[in-house]
Every structure is written in C-alpha cells, then in structure tokens.
Design a protein around this ligand. Structure first.
Ligand code: SAH
Ligand code: SF4
Length: 450
C-alpha cells in the first residue's frame, strides 16, 4: 500500500516537472512516506529527520515533507519538528504537488491531514483520491509489466493492536467500474499482472444498483481483460471469508493461487484479546477448505509474537498452528504498542523484549524449515514464472562463470525463482525448470517453452 502511495506521489510530481534524484544532497524537495504500524518504522523516520535538520542548516530552501500514516497520526506535533515543512496524511496525497508549490513560493509550514479520521471522506475527497489513483498509476516506478491497484481504502476491523483504522480511516470500496477501467488502461500500457490491494481485500463490496459487487465479481470482470494474465489480491482477513474466492482460484486460470491470510496467533485467548473475531480452529477449517478446493494453493501468513500476556503455552499454540498449516512463508513481528489502540490503552506491554526476540527467532526458524521442505518439492518441476528483472541480491549474482545475469521472477503462487537469462526478459512469462531450492528461493534454468 505504501509502495503504491509513494509511486503515485512520485508520478504526480514528475507530471508537475520534478525529477527523481539519487542523493538527498541534490534534492530541492525531500518526501518521506511513512508507516505507523510499528514503533520501529516511526523511529527511523525521526532519525532521518534528525539528519535533514542538519542539512537544512546549510540549505534552508530545502523543502521536507512527511506524508502518509505517521503524518496523519502525529499531525501538528510532527510539523513542530525543525526539519519539517509539510505534513500530509494518506487522504491528502492528491494535494501534495500543490502544497509543495505553495511552500516553494513562500516557505512557510503547511499541515494537511483529516480532522476526524473515522468520518467517511466526502464525495469530493473521494473523487479526488480516485482521480489521483487513475491518473498517476504510472508503472515507471514499479516492476516491468506489473501494477498495484488499490480496490479499498481504510479498515473497520479494529484489531486491538493495530493503528491502521486510526490513520487510514473507515473501510471504503472503490467503484468496480473505476477499478476495471484502470486495469484496462494498465493492460493497454503493457501491464500483465495486477495486484489488488486492500487491508481486508476479501471484504471488498460495492453496491451497484440492486446488487452488491464482491471480490469474486471483481476478479471475474478483470480477468475478462485480454492483456491481464495474472491477478493477485492482498491481504485477506480470515473472517468472514467467502469460499467462492477459492472456487475462482480453482476455475479461473488468471486468478493466482496465492493467499496471504494472517492468523496473528495460534492461541484462542490471544486471538480474543487481539479482537480478531475467529478461533484457531475456525482458521484451520478455513485453510483446510481452501486446500480441498485448490490443492496447490500457497498460503502465507503474519504473526505477532509477544502480544500482552502471551505465555510460553500461547506461543507454543502459535508454533503448533504454523506446523499444522505449513505456510509458504510468514512475516513475523514483535508486538509494538501503538498509541491510541485498545491494546495499548488496556494492556501492559508485559512480554520482555528478550522474550519477544527469542520467540521471533524461534518461529522464524520453524517457518524456514517448513519453507525449505516445501520448496524441495519443486525440484525437477517446471514452473511458470513472471520475470521481474536482474536479481539485486549480490550472492545470487556471484557465479562469474555464468555468461548471463541471474534473473529473478515469481510463480503465480508467489515463489521466488532465480535463473540465468538475458535482462530483456523482464516483464515476460517463462517456463523454468527447478534444480535447487532454499527456504526463500527456487533456482533453475529456462525450460523449452511450450
Ligand atoms: N490489513 C492487514 C495487515 C496490516 S499491518 C491484515 O489485517 O492482515 C501488517 C501486519 O503488521 C499485520 O498483519 C500484523 O501482523 C503486523 N502488525 C500490525 N500492528 C502491529 C503491532 N502493533 N505490533 C506488531 N505488529 C503489528
Ligand atoms: Fe489492522 Fe486488523 Fe485492519 Fe489488518 S484487519 S489493518 S491488522 S485493524
């Protein structure tokens, strides 16, 4: 979501005549797009602002803008920072080029955030956001042939630990006509894979006349666009989950068989305290059901370790769930108290940092073993890969004997595949025969194309 926001703002500024520069020292304007999900992300922004404060001593005309969730969360407080000229929240991104122009004219501080974040945006704001989305969805800053398309904004789930509902506002689904039109325009520009984005993407619903358009309908409508070959969607919430989505994966070859569906914990006690709305059994039943309909579905998850009150037994329940589900991969986070959330207001951050760290490492070890075992099943298989481009990972490029660069691509089920090939294959589909596997990567050679 943040990558998309950054690329929208960059395209809007490019349209206004700006260019990107590699070095802060050459910049007239510095924008920091921010995340508030964990304290660590915010700390890094503050440390960056510390450096910029020094730079501004020698370059007072430099404009520094903080945009996104942290801007919305801290607003006026952030504007007081000596380095900061502009603070603009996620709903104000369409205004950023104008606000910067104003600042460069008079060089005063400007604040542009939503006063009451849980109030649905006005029709005019909604229209501005939608137009921004449509006009600036430039693929220049993204991977060749791929684009993100936001289908929803905000979130209404109020998981007790999470700041998102307080910085991105209420859940709102964009109109299906606007989304399909955007996908069609992207396909005309050579986009072959779209990733539909939402905080709880499976709860997409938009009333159209006397019927409600859901994610299933949207997948169907987008798949009718000839140029679009692969459609992904992230992130799903386990409850409620419409099983017709699995049927769409099974029946429609354009719908990728990949489900990112965070469980967050395997302990019912903790899930209740997190306000997730399901039990561990509900979650297991859902994934078992998915696998009955789509046997080769790849399931990815998120977990939070060290939530307030999490005991060794609760953590063991989480490990047990990871063993039971056998995820493709998991993102694992240490609980970070977020101001304004119910968990922070009601529960002490009781698990020691050392314990959080230990549980994080141990869950990651467990998941890595599972990922490696699962990846070994690919050895000898030929998989279809959408090529991203040359691998940026130096150890993968180490093989000096290879005449060709190492390319990186992904399968429909989101496995990373590395293989030698010419760089101009970026943005195309290829068959690759897998010869080797690690926990995170499959390695292979281009297979004869069918
Ligand atoms: N809307 C998505 C993800 C939102 S944030 C969803 O519900 O799945 C991405 C991930 O950050 C979450 O899945 C969660 O695992 C993690 N996260 C959110 N708040 C957190 C917090 N306060 N501390 C640690 N991790 C957190
Ligand atoms: Fe946060 Fe929960 Fe909404 Fe995801 S579903 S964004 S974790 S409140």
């Amino acid at each position: 979501m943040n990558k998309l926001d950054s690329s929208l703002v960059v395209s809007a500024l490019q349209e206004a005549g700006y260019d990107l520069t590699d070095s802060v020292r050459d910049a007239d304007v510095v924008l920091i797009n921010t995340c508030s999900v964990r304290g660590h992300a915010e700390d890094r922004v503050l440390s960056n602002l510390g450096h910029l404060k020094h730079l501004k001593k020698t370059r007072p005309e430099l404009v520094v803008a903080v945009i996104g969730c942290m801007a919305q969360r801290l607003g006026p407080e952030l504007l007081k920072h000596p380095a900061v000229d502009l603070v603009a929240g996620p709903s104000q991104l369409p205004q950023v080029p104008d606000l910067i122009a104003q600042l460069r004219g008079q060089h005063d501080k400007l604040l542009a955030i939503t006063d009451d974040i849980r109030r649905p945006v006005s029709e005019a704001e909604d229209q501005a956001l939608d137009t921004f989305e449509q006009d600036f969805d430039s693929d220049e800053n993204q991977l060749p042939g791929q684009a993100f398309v936001r289908i929803m904004r905000g979130c209404n789930k109020f998981c007790s630990y999470c700041v998102v509902p307080f910085v991105r506002g209420p859940e709102q689904s964009r109109s299906p006509a606007a989304i399909v039109e955007q996908a069609r325009k992207l396909s005309d520009r050579g986009i072959r894979q779209v990733t539909l984005l939402g905080q709880t993407v499976n709860s997409y619903r938009h009333v159209e006349g006397d019927r409600t358009v859901t994610l299933v309908d949207l997948l169907e409508r987008i798949s009718r666009i000839d140029g679009i070959h692969w459609i992904r969607f992230i992130t799903s919430h386990p409850k409620p989950f419409d099983e017709r989505i699995f049927q769409a994966m099974a029946d429609n070859p354009k719908v990728c068989r990949y489900l990112h569906i965070p469980a967050q914990s395997g302990s019912d006690r903790i899930l209740k305290a997190m306000n997730r709305g399901y039990t561990c059994d509900d979650y297991i039943r859902l994934i078992d059901g998915a696998r009955r309909i789509v046997p080769d579905i790849a399931v990815a998850g998120d977990f939070i370790v060290g939530f307030p009150g999490e005991t060794d037994e609760d953590f063991e329940d989480t490990c047990e769930l990871v063993r039971r589900i056998r995820y493709k991969n998991c993102f694992i986070f240490k609980y970070s108290p977020r101001p304004g959330t119910r968990a922070d207001q009601k529960l002490a951050d009781s698990v020691a940092e050392e314990v959080k760290k230990r549980r994080n490492i141990s869950l990651l070890d467990l998941q890595n073993k599972i990922s490696e075992q699962e990846n070994r099943n690919f050895i000898g298989q030929t998989v279809e890969v959408f090529v991203e481009g040359p691998s940026k990972n130096p150890h993968l490029n180490a093989s000096e004997t290879q005449a060709l660069p190492q390319l990186v691509g992904r399968t429909g089920s989101d496995s990373i595949v590395v293989f030698p090939g010419p760089a101009n294959l970026a943005g195309s589909f290829l068959s690759v025969r897998i010869a080797k596997a690690s926990a995170l990567t499959l390695f292979g050679e281009v297979a004869p194309q069918s």
